[in-house]
Design a protein around this ligand. Structure first.
Ligand code: SF4
Length: 324
């Protein structure tokens, strides 16, 4: 098997939630998360708010330091075997808030040229590159290059943020809810731009979103997270048509359908996720799972391989009861 371009190995990140000594509380944002990314693929990451998907993204790009675990780029451990500066030019991130991502005092051409300049590219060359990238993301540099962030729409700002990411000539881009704040028509245009760029440049994406329809559209594989853990991961079509974790089933059942005969009348997922400070024992989903049975509240389900790169962490997959 080819070396993955990027991989996460047993990432753990807990945040202090107050208290001292034995009474110290932690939010278990990410707990033992591992996955691999193949060159040129798009991995969609889904789950409710607070499931750990954004923290996982920040760990992956090294904006956060894990409590334990490691990130490898092309087989090398980031930090000890690959300097952070080199890693940052290979792996870039685009955030949901297009405005907060841009310096309000910089023109768009300077914003795109800034990264390469800092990495040693001569100023004139960095500006030339910025012009051509603005053009590539659909913004006429003569018209938009001299503008400031507040003079652009949300869609235009997100195009600038994509150009900024591309300015490093990265191999991987992590997109954290990058199209979620946009109107549906603008969202579709930016998604098409992302797919064209992936084809042209052989990019690899991690695409984080709460919108399962968008994730299905863009992803080769999908990872479902629940309370800081991976619940299920596998090829997108297989996961959407034959999910093997009750949480994935519930998320899919909650997807808005345009077909009136297929609309869900009852909420498939009752209540909010439990408190990540004190997650339930055993399977963390057992307090909301309609199919929970005897071992679920005491035994942690391991990620079980179902073949074809499809894995799910549910006891039903390791017992005969799933046949039902
Ligand atoms: Fe439900 Fe048990 Fe599977 Fe968890 S392990 S998802 S509680 S059936």
């Amino acid at each position: 098997m080819k070396t993955p371009i990027l991989s996460a190995h047993n990432l753990v990140k807990h945040f202090n939630a107050g208290g001292f000594g034995a009474a110290r509380k932690v939010v278990r944002a990410v707990d033992d998360v591992s996955f691999e990314l193949a060159h040129g693929e798009t991995l969609g990451v889904v789950g409710e708010s607070g499931c750990g998907k954004s923290t996982t993204a920040r760990l992956l790009v090294q904006l956060l330091t894990p409590d334990s675990g490691a990130v490898r780029y092309d087989g090398k451990v980031v930090g000890p075997e690959m300097p952070l500066k080199a890693f940052r030019s290979k792996v870039q991130m685009v955030f949901q808030d297009s405005f907060a991502s841009l310096n309000p005092r910089m023109t768009m051409i300077d914003a795109v040229a800034f990264g390469p300049s800092v990495h040693g590219v001569p100023k004139a060359e960095a500006r030339r590159k910025a012009q051509s990238l603005l053009e590539r993301v659909g913004l006429d540099p003569a018209r938009f290059g001299g503008r400031y962030a507040h003079e652009l729409s949300g869609g235009q700002r997100q195009r600038v943020n994509i150009a900024r990411a591309l300015a490093f000539d990265p191999q991987v881009i992590v997109l954290d809810e990058a199209v979620s704040a946009l109107d549906k028509s603008v969202e579709a245009q930016v998604l098409n731009l992302l797919m064209d760029l992936r084809r042209e440049r052989g990019l690899t994406y991690v695409f984080i979103s709460h919108d399962l329809n968008v994730v299905r559209h863009i992803s080769d594989r999908v990872m479902v997270m629940y309370l800081g853990e991976v619940a299920e991961i596998g090829p997108a079509e297989r996961l959407y048509t034959a999910p093997r974790h009750p949480y994935t089933e519930a998320l899919l059942a909650a997807m808005p359908s345009l077909d009136p005969d297929r609309r869900t009348l009852e909420a498939p997922l009752a209540g909010d996720p439990p408190n990540p400070i004190d997650p339930p024992p055993g399977c963390r989903f057992h307090t909301r799972c309609a199919r929970a049975f005897r071992p679920c509240d005491s035994k942690v389900p391991a990620l079980h391989s179902l073949g074809g790169g499809h894995l799910a962490a549910c006891h039903l997959n390791s017992t005969k009861e799933h046949a039902a």
